[in-house]
Design a protein around this ligand. Structure first.
Ligand code: ADP
Ligand code: MG
Length: 704
């Protein structure tokens, strides 16, 4: 069954990338389009017409019959509406295939049912999709045929963002502008553009498709709502980086192939900590593309699984008791000529710029820890953060030993004159040391860790778009750069001013730095003493979006208006309530229709066998009776909990949408769900496996 292929031949073959554009577009048109892409020029309709035509011809060669504006509404997923290329039949009954510049640039999906958080009144239900030419179009080939997918932004009639991409593009502009200001101060006159680069490591679980179909909780919610731990969990760590079994390897190979054809540079794959858990990481790309690619990664992981008799679970916590899945967002800021502002560099001069950038990031993260936390908030992620498997819900920064030492010297004496590990010192320039990038120590418990030449934000949930966290990173760092430039641009003695500013920022924001064990209870206490926010769940995270501090930040950099922020808050509450409502209903359904009847059956079988034994002889049936008692009492507990969950869910779902409703789901429905799960998980350990109505954790995660 092995079909071998040459990666370099298939890589990007379904992407309308620069090479294809250069080859197929007339020189003048190509040049114009490049300008639009690189310099944010307006695209004129004439050029768009030519591009659209060539794009269509190219797509048809790949078998495409339809095109779609591919966009990312606030559901967390991508959305698309397909239109075929055909025109109205001609008098001879034939059709032509056409695609105009207008159709390429703008679409108008019937968008009234996408979340808008009140931004779009129903009488003005129109939403527009607009071509984002900075992310290349691609042809997706699958069972549905081939479709030309055009990455687009999604806005309301009045231009308000209804999606993930619009604010992302705005935040990229903000950080570009402020970074250019900053590097100009250090004498860089050549770089033209500064763009965040992102590599997102994606974790996921694979389970057998047949078993998946026997679990309504997995079908409806993506996670198990019942399930006792198997005798063996992940305690042996024998899965992590273990040899990849053939079935899984064949799946990964297929995933890689699909992704490579779409130009996604899938690079690393390995088994993760939990049984049945794996990871895929691409090579980093410009953030806008990285966001689109991560969506493609998630779609592809799910789609290909079906072909291998598998199901891919992207939920943050599919199984209680074993590790959940996250998405490490590796982030750096790189100029168009390849200079990474997060690279400590080799000369003192570069070191100073680096220290300024670094302390600006300390300031940004300290000031806006609540926003960063919010950007990773999600109903599924609530099960993970702070559960000793993922970073705590407290934002802090890990710098590593060497950088920490430099910081401490700066703070205590105002200068840093030595660098750990015996590096040669450069004392010539304002006493800042020359230090090399430190790649030695790693801290897996930190939510935001410096890893050599990038920061790794580890809070993001596996199922979430990485757009929101990157919007926040871009804009909070843009603000810190902007503040720094305001000071430095007007300084008489630049060197003195930059030295003072680095020292000030390092000391003002040292509380955000934490290099110890983020999973420990001591850290929670210590963080509280330091005044760092510990935002434990999504509902409590949402208000961060609309504080005066946040509104001022986003409005200053034109990333969100107050109205857009308020609407996003509303959508988040709604999403949370909906997610919990589905979970509660799935539990009610499973408990009422499957689990409780099975237990009753078991008690009947048990009671009958007690009678049978007693009537056959006078054997001791105390054990059977005790078992029957125990099961019956847990059954009664489960039944009462089911009644309570049903009532509580009805009450919550009857409430008006908004914060109060979300709180009711969090405090009342979730508690009622836990109360139902507890007796049922105990019963699973007692009741005959043949009678239990669904595959167990052991079946699901050890027998893939
Ligand atoms: P790990 O953290 O698992 O050891 P790596 O650090 O090698 O793995 O890389 C993880 C991800 O970080 C990859 O997607 C990689 O491409 C990305 N990455 C590496 N360098 C950068 C950078 N400068 N900016 C953004 N992402 C980067
Ligand atoms: Mg990593």
């Amino acid at each position: 069954m092995s079909e071998y292929f040459n990666v370099s031949e298939i890589f990007g073959e379904n992407v309308f990338n620069d090479a294809v554009m250069q080859e197929r577009l007339p020189k003048k048109v190509y040049k114009k389009l490049r300008e639009v892409i690189q310099e944010d020029r307006e695209l004129d309709l004439e050029t768009a017409d030519v591009v659209a035509h060539e794009m269509k011809e190219w797509a048809i060669e790949k078998g495409a019959t339809h095109y779609t504006h591919w966009f990312q509404p606030l559901t967390g997923f991508t959305a698309e509406k397909h239109d075929s290329f055909i025109t109205a039949p001609m008098p001879n009954g034939k059709v032509l295939m056409s695609f105009s510049g207008k159709e390429l640039i703008k679409g108008e999906p019937d968008a009234s049912s996408f979340p808008s958080g009140g931004l779009r009144a129903t009488f003005e239900a129109r939403g527009y999709t607009a071509w984002d030419c900075t992310s290349p179009a691609f042809v997706r080939q699958d069972a549905a045929g081939a479709t030309l997918c055009i990455p687009t932004a999604f806005c309301s009639y009045t231009g308000e963002a209804l999606d993930q991409k619009t604010p992302l593009l705005r935040s990229m502009e903000a950080i570009n502008k402020q970074s250019l200001r900053l590097i100009r101060l250090f004498g860089n006159t050549t770089s033209k553009r500064v763009t965040p680069s992102v590599g997102a490591e994606q974790e996921y679980f694979l389970v057998d498709h047949e078993k998946f179909l026997k679990r309504k909780d997995l079908i409806f919610t993506g996670r198990t709502l019942f399930g006792a731990m198997p005798p063996k969990g992940q305690e042996l760590d024998d899965h992590y980086f273990g040899a990849i079994r053939e079935r899984i390897a064949a799946y990964m190979r297929d995933v890689n192939k699909e992704l490579w054809r779409l130009g996604v540079s899938a690079k690393t794959q390995h088994n993760e900590v939990a049984p049945a858990q794996h990871e895929l990481a691409p090579i980093y790309a410009e953030v806008n593309i990285a966001v689109d690619h991560n969506q493609l990664v998630m779609e592809t992981l799910k789609k290909v699984a079906g072909r291998h008799g598998l199901r891919c679970l992207l939920h943050e916590k599919p199984f209680a008791g074993v590790n959940g899945s996250g998405k490490h967002n590796n982030w750096s800021i790189i100029t168009d000529d390849g200079i990474n502002l997060l690279d400590p560099g080799k000369t003192p001069h570069e070191n100073i710029q680096f220290l300024l950038v670094l302390t600006c990031i300390l300031k940004a993260v300290d000031k806006h820890a609540d926003l960063l936390r919010e950007s990773a908030a999600d109903a599924g992620n609530d099960h993970r953060l702070g559960a000793n498997e993922a970073p705590p819900a407290i934002i802090s920064i890990f710098l590593g030993e060497q950088l920490q030492d430099v910081m401490s010297q700066l703070i205590s004496t105002g200068e840093a004159t030595r660098s750990l590990k015996g590096e040669v010192l450069q004392t010539g320039v304002k006493s800042l040391p020359d230090f090399m990038k430190d790649a030695t120590d790693r801290n897996r418990t930190s939510p935001f860790a410096f890893t050599g030449n990038k920061f790794e934000f580890r809070m993001v949930g596996s199922n979430d778009s990485i757009a929101a966290p990157n919007v926040i990173l871009n804009v909070i760092v843009a603000e810190a750069f902007s503040d720094a430039c305001d000071i430095l641009e007007s300084a008489d003695d630049f060197e003195q001013a930059v030295h003072d500013l680095i020292k000030k920022q390092a000391s003002d924001h040292q509380r955000i730095v934490f290099n110890g064990n983020g999973y420990s209870d001591e850290w929670i206490e210590e963080a509280e003493r330091r005044g760092l926010p510990n935002i434990k769940n999504m509902v409590d995270a949402v208000p961060a979006l609309t504080t005066e501090k946040a509104v001022a930040l986003f409005e200053k950099f034109n990333v969100f208006t107050r109205a857009e922020l308020e609407s996003r808050g509303e959508i988040l509450y709604e999403n949370y309530a909906k997610a919990l409502n589905i979970e509660a209903r799935a539990m009610i359904d499973m408990a009422g229709k499957q689990i409780i009847p099975a237990i009753i059956k078991y008690t009947t079988v048990l009671a009958n066998s007690i009678n049978a034994v007693t009537s056959a002889c006078d054997a001791d049936v105390t054990t059977q009776k005790e078992l029957l008692k125990e099961v019956s009492s847990l059954l009664a507990e489960a039944k009462a909990a089911l009644v309570n969950l049903t009532e509580t869910t009805e009450k919550a779902s009857a409430m008006n949408e908004g914060r109060k409703q979300a709180i009711c789901y969090r405090d009342e429905v979730k508690t009622a769900m836990e109360a139902l799960r507890a007796p049922i998980d105990k019963l699973e350990m007692i009741v005959d496996k043949d009678i239990w109505p669904m595959p167990s954790y052991g079946d699901l995660i050890f027998e893939v």
